[in-house]
Ligand binder design. Structure first.
Ligand code: GLP
Length: 234
């Protein structure tokens, strides 16, 4: 795992953007994308760039159950605003949060991932070390599945909603095995509230208690953190 400590999110985004350009030049065709505040500056750099994604595929990590593209809290809405409206891909995939049959939806998504292996995966990290919506305890061999969100995740994500009651209690998320199958993984984390999760991810034992610690087993992972998020690293 390579760890880069940057001054701020803008510097981290520039680093991630350069890595992306390198991988695109090397033939990357399938991008794994994440929502959340951590990749915002990265998406802004892409929007302002001359990159063309019309020949590329994107596959997102996760989506809330019960929210569709009309909801401004859904991840499909977020992705359109932040990226897809300015940089359309040939095809963009997200789990369908409105699917009536969750088992059929997760099977559909796993098939997409099997058919279109991810070359370059963007990740954030939850305060409890979750990646995508793989909460502590999620198995390392897990595929796309329906998740009951941890109370701490519901609380952390309530900042994007008017009231905590509006935060969905479930999500559909790629599993850890899907994430680990990506050729290259770039994880961005900023701010002091990520410091414990980053320490456990980088220096702790590889354990399902800290889902992101599994990244120690991947051979091409770049962590981009600011000083606050890195502050507990020895
Ligand atoms: C959510 C998402 C994750 C994201 C995490 C951190 O729970 N499902 O994919 O990485 O939040 O978000 P932020 O970057 O806003 O701290």
């Amino acid at each position: 795992m390579k760890v880069h400590v940057v001054q701020n999110q803008a510097e981290g985004a520039a680093l991630a953007f350069n890595l992306l350009k390198e991988k695109l030049a090397g033939g990357a065709k399938v991008l794994g994308l994440a929502t959340g505040s951590s990749p915002l500056e990265f998406y802004k750099l892409i929007r302002e760039s001359d990159l063309d994604f019309s020949d590329l595929i994107s596959v997102n990590l996760d989506e809330y159950v019960g929210l569709g593209e009309e909801s401004n809290q859904s991840y499909i809405y977020f992705m359109k605003e932040q990226l897809f409206n300015s940089k359309p891909f040939k095809q963009s995939y997200l789990p369908n949060g409105l699917a009536e049959d969750a088992a059929a939806e997760t099977a559909r998504y796993n098939q997409i991932l099997a058919d279109k292996p991810i070359d370059f995966q963007i990740l954030g990290i939850g305060r409890n070390g979750h990646i995508g919506f793989n909460e502590p305890g999620a198995p390392f061999d897990g595929q796309t599945h329906l998740v009951d969100l941890a109370p701490s995740t519901i609380e952390a994500n309530s900042r994007f909603f008017e009231t905590i009651e509006e935060v969905p209690k479930q999500a559909i998320s790629m599993g850890i095995a899907n994430i680990m199958a990506a050729k290259t993984i770039v994880l961005m984390a900023y701010g002091p509230e990520k410091a414990d999760a980053i320490k456990a991810t980088v220096e702790g034992p590889v354990t399902t208690d800290v889902p992101a610690s599994v990244l120690q087993n991947h051979e091409d992972v770049v962590l981009i953190v600011d000083q606050a998020a890195a502050s507990k690293l020895s």
